[in-house]
Design a protein. Structure first.
Length: 452
């Protein structure tokens, strides 16, 4: 028995070390089995303690009285499926008559403590079916994206959610987005990771970086157009508006509206066009939008109004023409002048990294998800990349972007530089690429022979 005791002690020590150093490895080796047993054994009592049970039906009570048997117990939600994942467990529940998905959502924190899990979130799949996603460890402490992700055209993975799922940026469902964050909050890394993921797709990237191009110009080989100052940005936005109008003329010419064409074949945006006629979709990335809205002179005010008007037009009309906006900044409030709130209302997707005040968080979520405001202002300073994301549905979640260095992003853009389309009408904004200079090692001079 001594060898068996030593082996058991070795396993316990190994499990403790894995849980401390490599929580993901601990979960895959020991945690998933222990958590599954814990959920199955405690399920009935935990549901009853959390108030997630309903009394038995009257006909069962009547039968119990007639048969002189004990009254049946209260019924918890039925377990439809229990599926382990690489970060936790997914528990699908069938609600009993009289139960509501809100009751399960309100009990998530109690379920987390009762099942000894790190986090529990719920969402309603359909009427009467609720899915609980339980994480076994802090997946946002050390972000590790899965090897296989579900990619699609105009849909890229950008972060990991707190429930262990991958957070995607889907331009088809959420055309325009706003990203806020204070200095050193991870906003630039989020944008850099987004560009690196988009580089492999058939899409044109257009950038405006008024910090003299220090963020976007290193990635210039994958950009079809770039602007590094407000004057050039105003001209670039006008060119985008003209491009949008030209795409609408193409869609109008190819709609083929007549009695012989089914409704499903009538074109209303670029994705309804035949592939050989479909224009390349464009993603416009704006870094530090406040630099476009500030002015000090009358001429700068006129330029500012021109820029904000063009951005508002692109946000309102650009989706059908395949133009999508990614606007980043530290603040995006009404103090930036007229037209800003109208532009913000068109930005469906919202992502807020660490902000310096509650007002900045209200700019992102005050009008769509007030509950996310408190989560945004509670992000610690020692967790760069941690953010809160939401959309117009009112739902929100914590996410964290994997750290992507500038060198990694540059390598991704250089690797897919052949995918960079040449947009007609944007030749003046095409970034000038310096030729690659190979470093040649110059041999050290040798001493001349001494003269005789």
């Amino acid at each position: 028995m001594s060898w068996l005791t030593a082996l058991l002690a070795l396993v316990v020590v190994a499990a403790g070390l894995l849980r401390w150093w490599r929580p993901a490895w601990y979960w895959l080796t020991f945690g998933v089995v222990l958590a599954t047993l814990r959920v199955l054994v405690r399920y009935g009592s935990v549901m009853e303690a959390c108030g997630l049970t309903v009394p038995p039906p009257r006909w069962r009570l009547a039968i119990a009285r007639m048969a002189n048997r004990p009254a049946p117990e209260s019924r918890p939600p039925r377990i439809l499926r229990l599926r382990p994942t690489r970060t936790g467990l997914v528990l699908r529940l069938g609600l009993q008559p009289g139960q509501d998905a809100f009751d399960v959502a309100a009990a998530c924190d109690r379920l987390r403590h009762s099942f000894a899990m790190y986090g529990v979130t719920s969402r309603e799949l359909r009427s009467g079916v609720v899915e609980l996603r339980m994480t076994g460890y802090d997946v946002l402490k050390r972000v590790q994206m899965p090897a296989k992700v579900d990619t699609a055209p105009m849909r890229v993975p950008v972060a990991l959610r707190e429930d262990g799922a991958v957070h995607y940026r889907d331009y088809r469902s959420t055309p325009h987005a706003l990203t806020l964050g204070a200095t050193k909050s991870g906003k630039s890394v989020y944008q850099r990771n987004l560009v690196a993921e988009l580089a492999a797709h058939e899409v044109a990237l257009v950038g405006i970086d008024c910090k003299q191009g220090v963020e976007l110009f290193p990635l210039a080989r994958r950009f079809s157009a770039l602007a590094d100052n407000p004057d050039t940005a105003a001209e670039l936005l006008d060119a985008l508006v003209a491009h949008m109008e030209g795409v609408y003329q193409l869609i109008r010419a190819e709609q083929r509206i007549n009695a012989d064409v089914p409704d499903a074949e009538i074109a209303a945006d670029i994705w309804d066009l035949p592939e050989h006629l479909r224009p390349t979709p464009i993603v416009l990335l704006v870094d530090e939008v406040a630099e476009l809205a500030l002015f000090a002179t009358k001429d700068e005010e006129k330029r500012r109004d021109q820029i904000i008007t063009a951005l508002a037009r692109l946000a309102q009309l650009g989706r059908a023409a395949g133009i999508y906006l990614e606007i980043c900044g530290q603040r995006f409030g009404s103090e930036l002048g007229k037209g800003i709130t109208m532009l913000r209302a068109q930005l469906t997707g919202r992502t807020a990294h660490r902000v310096n005040d509650e007002a900045s968080a209200n700019m992102a979520f005050g009008d769509i998800a007030p509950d996310a405001v408190l989560a945004a202002i509670s992000i610690p300073t020692d967790a760069p990349g941690l953010a809160v994301t939401g959309d117009s549905t009112g739902g929100w979640a914590r996410i964290r972007t994997p750290h992507t260095s500038m060198r990694q992003a540059v390598n991704a853009c250089n690797r897919h530089a052949h995918r960079t389309p040449v947009l007609p009408g944007f030749a003046a904004f095409r970034p000038e690429l310096l030729p690659t200079v190979s470093l040649v090692k110059i041999p050290a001079p040798t001493e001349a022979p001494a003269s005789v």
